[in-house]
Design a protein around this ligand. Sequence first.
Ligand code: PLP
Length: 405
Amino acid sequence: MTEFAYRLKSLGTETAFAVSQDAAEFAAQGNKVYPFHLGDLDLPTPPNIMEAAVKALRDGKTGYNPAAGIPQLRDRLAEVAGAERKISLGQDNVVIQPGGKPVISKFIQALMNPGDGVLYPNPGYPIYESQINYHGGQALPYGYIPTAEGFKIDRGQVEDRIDSQTRLFIYNNYQNPIGAESDSGEMEWVAELAQKNKLWVLSDEAYFKIQYSGKPESIASLPGMQERTVILYTFSKTYAMTGWRLGAAIGPADLMKVFAKLNVNDESCTNHFIQHGGIEALTGDQSGAEDLITELKLRRDILAQYLNEIDGISCYIPASTFYLFPEVTELYQQMEAQSYEDFRSSILRETGVSFCTREHFGTPITGEDRKYIRFAYSGIPVPEIKAGMERLKEFWGSLKSVATV
Ligand SMILES: Cc1ncc(COP(=O)(O)O)c(C=O)c1O
């Protein structure tokens, strides 16, 4: 058997992809599947963006281009992202990436030495934990506390874990998978903590523009924060461009030079004609992005209403992201599930409803006693949401009646 490099032992993955595979296999056997598992969109990229990329392709934008991205896109992004965040940015603060995800590993490679501590959300996007471990960091997960105003960072846990070796704080406001959103007090607390402990902050803003009410805020706009924050920016969700692979790191100019050097080593540059699609996304007609929000909001409202009608489920309704993170402890116990995987797989097989569980978003923290699952509504249209929820209601109803006989 081939012996692979030892460092691969600490590389994690997105285990949610295994859920897709399981759902696809179940569907291939002729079963109906309701796909609530993947954070992808079933809606098309707005046509003006597609046209701009096709035109660029026809115009010969098919060669290598600067490692940091084409200057026009860096300029436009500095302008647009800066205005949205109320910060002043220039071209030197922006380095284009093939998606938002590469910003995570580049942030860690640029700023973390082996053994340094990294605070990161858990449940959270699983690539944080994977990359911290892969690069030899000390993974310091922090959880969230459910409140009437949604999930709030467990500040006590952060304060218990932080020490003189802690160097980075990963912060995902408008959070995947739980939809958590900081109020101003929480964001200011993160900023104070970062400054007091001289931490660099990765502000993962993948869902910054997926807002159903209110205006988004970036931690980079708080006093003293722009110089210690890297923003993960992505076109993926805002413009339904997940498969295009277009994003950016936004941060202090000297650090962005390091990111560009990492680009040279990793992928040379981001796809040329795709970047022209990005310019159109930022500066062209925004009605496609607005329609996306209207559709997602409708889906959120319908899904939340169904979930909250089911006995034994409680679900906070976030004002951003396209995820719901209901608590299902009572049902989990009623089904006598042996594990999260048993719970997920049994429900898929009984109802066709496919979702991820808390376990797909980082190693559960010792002492967690409540059970949660994640529903993504970005990849499933309203009639399917309704049909899937009817199946779930029926199934859970039948469980209840067995329990009470
Ligand atoms: C919190 C978070 N960060 C980053 C990403 C990566 O996005 P991209 O598709 O731009 O790489 C995702 C994608 O699901 C995400 O949920």
